[in-house]
Design a protein around this ligand. Structure first.
Ligand SMILES: *Cc1c(COP(=O)(O)O)cnc(C)c1O
Length: 236
């Protein structure tokens, strides 16, 4: 099989598994959005998937993403920033992405709000939540989310859509499910407090069926679509 066919085959397998996982728990497969995480993969690889109908792409490094966006500017794609936010990059993020999944402090939300070009409409954002302490990873504790969410809500150029997490890898599907269910409960509690969140960004190549079973509305899949990445930068 050509590399291109292998890529399309893996992508179709992920789409089929998404459908199956959703159907198994009585969810409409259309309620789960597939984000193809294309970090470290070339613009031309993205183009192959875009031609097949994949329109949401996730990137973790601003400059790398920008170069690909330039090569692909003839396509209408939705770009999601899923890397850690650095204060000196918020302007580029606000200008070049439609979604940001990794907001974990008010300062960044305020900067994104100020720097979002008005003609692009509000930036769609998620708050990153951590469920266990892990060195080098972003996110705030579940108990801290309500205060941050309420402080973000009045900002007009960002729209708070929901919560995102990158839980530590677990091989037991029941343990994976339990982690993701904490996120679903948290979102429900926030909505009961008057927020209107509709997005749970959770599930990666090794745990997305469990994430879907727990209510994920957006899964972020890299390896299962593109194959393994070479180690580069700080991962995630
Ligand atoms: C790299 C990355 C992914 C994709 O991970 P895979 O295990 O390759 O599917 C998802 N989310 C975030 C935040 C990432 O950095």
């Amino acid at each position: 099989m050509s590399e291109e066919n292998q890529l399309l085959t893996r992508w179709r397998q992920v789409c089929a598994q998404l459908d199956a996982s959703a159907s198994q728990c009585g969810r409409d497969p259309a309620s789960v959005r597939l984000l193809a995480v294309s970090k470290q993969h070339a613009a031309e690889t993205i183009r192959v998937l875009a031609r097949a109908g994949q329109l949401d792409f996730g990137e973790s490094y601003v400059q790398e993403a920008q170069q690909k966006q330039v090569s692909l500017n003839d396509l209408t794609l939705t770009w999601h920033f899923i890397g850690q936010i650095q204060s000196n990059k918020t302007r580029l993020i606000a200008e070049h992405f439609q979604w940001v999944h990794t907001v974990d402090r008010l300062k960044h939300a305020i900067r994104l709000n100020e720097q979002r070009p008005a003609h692009r409409g509000p930036l769609q954002i998620c708050i990153q939540v951590k469920l266990v302490e892990e060195a080098g990873k972003g996110g705030i504790w579940p108990e801290q989310v309500a205060d941050l969410a309420k402080a973000i809500q009045p900002l007009s150029q960002v729209t708070l859509r929901g919560l995102m997490c990158i839980p530590p890898p677990l091989s037991d599907p029941a343990a994976q499910l339990a982690q993701f269910q904490r996120m679903a409960v948290l979102m429900q509690e926030l909505n009961e407090q008057g927020l209107s969140l509709d997005t749970l960004s959770m599930g990666m190549s090794d745990d997305y069926p469990a994430a879907i079973a727990a209510g994920a509305t957006l899964i972020r899949i890299g390896t299962a679509i593109f194959g393994t990445r070479k180690q580069k930068h700080e991962e995630q």
